[in-house]
Design a protein around this ligand. Structure first.
Ligand SMILES: Cc1cc2nc3c(=O)[nH]c(=O)nc-3n(C[C@H](O)[C@H](O)[C@H](O)COP(=O)(O)O)c2cc1C
Length: 207
């Protein structure tokens, strides 16, 4: 049996393919500051993470994991981010340093649930690290889609928090781990606008 024959038999058809396609066609991010309570409860969050982890994964290495910051933990993370930003930017103009420390701290207080998608590629595996990192990106994307399907707004960010060694240590990342995305999830307070989308003809060639 060829692979395509097997797929035709075993891949379940979505109940409502059109609804899914519409979600994919219309999904867009909601700005972090427009996200508010309520956020997903613990069972919704578990469902979102389960969907997020259902991605192609060459070699089945599970080269990703989650760190969830929700509820009271956001305040602790926010305060730590503010302090760490100042510690890691001592050469910065003091006024700017205070301003950006506060901005970075606030960034962890808007959305009720924040999920760090941690990329943990196994560099000794036969699967290239690049492919493992792509899989981590797919996890972020799945999480965005699932959040919107559940009625929440979400956005995929990185920025200083994702790259700071101090934040990595705070969140318990090892030296080898990276943050693929910080996915903020909550209820959208503002209507979603549209942004410019790619010209498919301009980026597609038929060889
Ligand atoms: C890996 C990655 C990191 C990103 N980091 C940021 C960021 O730190 N700040 C930002 O404003 N946008 C960032 N973005 C872009 C946002 O996700 C942006 O809001 C998004 O592209 C909006 O498009 P959408 O509506 O199609 O989701 C990032 C995107 C990706 C894929």
């Amino acid at each position: 049996m060829t692979q395509s024959q097997a797929a035709a038999i075993t891949v379940p058809k979505p109940q409502d393919g059109e609804a899914l396609l519409r979600l994919l066609e219309e999904r867009r991010s909601v700005g972090m500051t427009a996200l508010a309570e309520p956020g997903p409860d613990s069972s919704e969050l578990r469902r979102l993470l389960t969907i997020a982890a259902r991605v192609p994964d060459h070699g089945g290495l599970e080269p990703w994991r989650f760190v969830v910051i929700a509820g009271e933990a956001r305040k602790r993370a926010s305060e730590a981010a503010c302090r760490l930003y100042a510690d890691e930017n001592t050469a910065m103009d003091p006024e700017k340093r205070a301003k950006f420390s506060a901005i970075v701290g606030r960034s962890l207080t808007y959305a009720p649930a924040i999920v760090l998608v941690v990329s943990r590629s196994d560099t000794t595996a036969r699967i290239p690290a690049w492919e493992q990192e792509l899989s981590a990106g797919a996890v972020c994307m799945n999480l965005l889609h699932a959040a919107q399907a559940l009625g929440y707004g979400a956005t995929w960010l990185t920025g200083w928090v994702a790259y700071s060694p101090g934040m990595h240590a705070l969140f318990g990342l090892s030296e080898a781990e990276k943050i693929a995305g910080i996915v903020h999830i909550g209820t959208a307070r503002e209507a979603l606008g549209e942004r410019k989308r790619p010209d498919i003809d301009a980026i597609t060639t038929y060889w």
